[in-house]
Design a binder for this molecule. Structure first.
Ligand SMILES: C[S@@+](CC[C@H](N)C(=O)[O-])C[C@H]1O[C@@H](n2cnc3c(N)ncnc32)[C@H](O)[C@@H]1O
Ligand code: SF4
Ligand code: SF4
Length: 483
């Protein structure tokens, strides 16, 4: 248990305090309506806050359902603040006119209002009259000195409305703006045709970039939008005022968790099927649930190799782990699915389309060399894969593929590519070296076998290649240590 505690420390929690709601949005992922019979009582909710504080949680976002429909919400915020935690609220804004001052008195930190378009679009998605109420709510919150955020869930219904909405939000004085993909869950499943397609992701990233450079509102592309693009990173750098903004896998069960209305603890409130519930605070302490070595295994034990499609082969895969789990789950039906809504994935798919059209192996070789010069090793791997499919006797392309597979961290593929190269020329020192290293990285071959291959590569080269000599020395040292 101690190890788990050291390794995983929750910082944030998202708590759906009720499933009751005074709206019925066309995209609502949890089809919220009436409160559930099993919702936590005030005293249960207050003791959960104490447990969160003991566990070291720093920030709690109160969501729902509509959190402002819970009469004791100010009491929960007050208790969070008294226990040293930050308390944010996500609201549809309908009740702000009545309740904003109660949130202020309780000590709320940031209030984020969901705004899905300018008046006509927003009211159609959410509730007639709600855009004007939201604008009034923003005015009130600002008057009270509370930081105001906006959250927009993007579907085909509002994609073209973002620019106009941006001006309205800036005019209203909103400080920060999170945009996220409307994922096909709950009510949105009834209108799947409105879900945006992967090609729209770059449009959104471009929009965020342009807005961030403009500098009038802080942009936050949500965790479902990315990954590893220059523009999205620049947006995050500016908004978080931080240098290290690289995506390193989702926070579920690593640095954060969710709590459902009945006290169920879950990695992410969006990935909420029964199988992802780790326990209930009515039955076990939050500390026990978080520190259970079998908890959050779907996330804590996730490896790139378990993912599908391009995510499984991706050069960023070991860090990224397929981006947002809920995107994979809702779009592909499995948390191990491919994330086709990733900008890098979209880029790779475009490259694959281009490559598939090339029929001349020499042209492929030229393109692969060019990609190599530009450090695009994953594109090299794609080109070489296509090349060896066209010409099964091409030693250079097998070697290139072996190198690129290795650099992408796909060691089993690298082993295979180098073995194919050696079938064509058993005396090729570089293919031997590549085979040795890819076997070593897989950690399943005896070290002596790996060293023997590397020694052969070295002698074939007459002991003149410094890289091979260096690798050989390292392997020999490893062998001495493990003896
Ligand atoms: C579930 S709501 C709860 C808080 C509050 N009722 C509200 O609407 O802001 C939290 C956020 O999730 C967003 N949301 C709802 N359904 C979604 C979906 N299918 N995909 C992505 N986000 C969704 C909402 O628009 C809102 O910004
Ligand atoms: S998105 Fe929020 S406001 Fe809309 S129905 Fe769902 S919980 Fe209610
Ligand atoms: S392709 Fe998959 S693993 Fe690679 S960056 Fe995109 S989401 Fe992450």
């Amino acid at each position: 248990m101690e190890d788990t505690m050291r390794k995983y420390q929750p910082v944030t929690a998202v708590w759906e305090v009720t499933m009751g709601c005074n709206m019925n949005c066309t995209h609502c992922g949890s089809s919220c309506n009436k409160p559930y019979a099993d919702e936590l009582t005030t005293s249960e909710a207050l003791s959960l806050i104490k447990e969160m504080a003991q566990l070291g949680v720093k920030w709690v976002t109160l969501s729902g359902g509509e959190p402002l429909t819970r009469e004791d919400l100010p009491q929960l915020i007050k208790c969070l603040r008294e226990n040293g935690l930050g308390a944010n609220v996500i609201t549809n804004g309908w009740l702000l006119a009545e309740k904003a001052h109660l949130l202020k008195e309780a000590g709320v930190c940031v209030v984020a209002i969901s705004i899905d378009g300018t008046k006509e679009i927003h009211d159609t998605i959410r509730r007639q009259g709600s855009f004007e109420r939201d604008m009034e709510g923003i005015r009130l919150l600002r008057q009270l000195g509370i930081e105001v955020g906006a959250i927009t869930t993007i579907t085909k219904k509002n994609l073209a409305n973002l620019k106009e909405l941006r001006e309205k939000l800036i005019e209203a004085g909103v400080d920060s703006w999170q945009v996220q993909i409307g994922l096909p869950m709950g009510n949105l499943l009834k209108h799947k045709e409105n879900v945006m397609t992967p090609e729209h992701v770059d449009e959104i990233i471009d929009f965020c970039y342009e807005t961030a450079l403009d500098g009038r509102i802080r942009m936050y592309p949500a965790d479902c939008i990315g990954y590893y693009t220059v523009k999205e990173q620049e947006v995050k750098r500016r908004s978080y005022n931080a240098e290290n903004v690289l995506w390193e896998g989702c926070n579920a069960g690593i640095r954060g968790f969710g709590v459902l209305q009945n006290g169920d603890v879950i990695g992410c409130t969006s990935v909420r099927d029964k199988e992802f519930i780790e326990g209930n605070i009515r039955e076990r302490s939050l500390n026990d649930i978080w520190n259970d070595e079998n908890a959050f295994r779907w996330r804590r034990e996730l490896k790139k190799e378990m993912l599908s499609g391009e995510c499984q082969k991706c050069i960023y895969g070991s860090k990224c782990l397929g981006g947002c789990a809920n995107t994979r789950l809702t779009m592909e039906g499995s948390i191990y699915g491919e994330n086709k809504y990733c900008s890098y994935n979209v880029y790779l798919k475009k490259k694959m389309e281009e490559i598939r059209r090339i029929k001349d192996v020499n042209h492929i070789q030229e393109k692969a060399q060019d990609a190599l010069q530009h450090d695009e090793v994953q594109v090299v791997a794609l080109l070489a894969k296509h090349g060896v499919a066209l010409d099964k006797n091409n030693l250079e392309l097998y070697k290139l593929k072996g190198y690129a597979d290795f650099m992408c961290g796909n060691y089993a593929d690298a082993e295979k590519s180098n073995s194919e190269a050696l079938k064509l020329c058993g005396e090729d020192a570089y293919a031997l070296k590549g085979l040795a290293l890819s076997m070593y990285k897989q950690d399943k071959y005896p070290l002596e076998d790996v060293i023997r291959l590397m020694e052969r590569a070295n002698s074939l080269n007459g002991g003149t290649d410094n890289d091979i000599l260096h690798d050989l020395n390292l392997l020999r040292q490893k062998s001495l240590v493990s003896r």
